[in-house]
Ligand binder design. Structure first.
Ligand SMILES: [Zn+2]
Length: 80
């Protein structure tokens, strides 16, 4: 019984910690994000150097993540 419990804790802990960390990073960075001012843009990016912004022919602006989500943008799959 002791052995089983130990195994469970060892298996479950890193998993729980990893999940918590991912979420924190995602929303802690929620300060500011980068968006392409193209009318077709649907994503916001965590970094100006993101590959997803390479094709942007318009101005890239820095806005708060809340604002980006407010106008219907979703996180870029390459940086989030
Ligand atoms: Zn991106």
């Amino acid at each position: 019984m002791k052995y089983l419990l130990g195994t469970f804790i060892i298996l479950a802990l890193p998993c729980l910690m990893a999940t918590g960390e991912t979420n924190e990073h995602r929303y802690e960075a929620g300060g500011s994000v980068y968006v392409c001012q193209s009318p077709g843009a649907k994503r916001f990016h965590c970094a100006r150097s993101c590959r997803g912004l390479n094709n942007c022919k318009h101005t890239i602006t820095q806005v708060s993540q809340a604002k980006a989500e407010g106008i219907g943008l979703t996180p870029c799959k390459m940086c989030y």
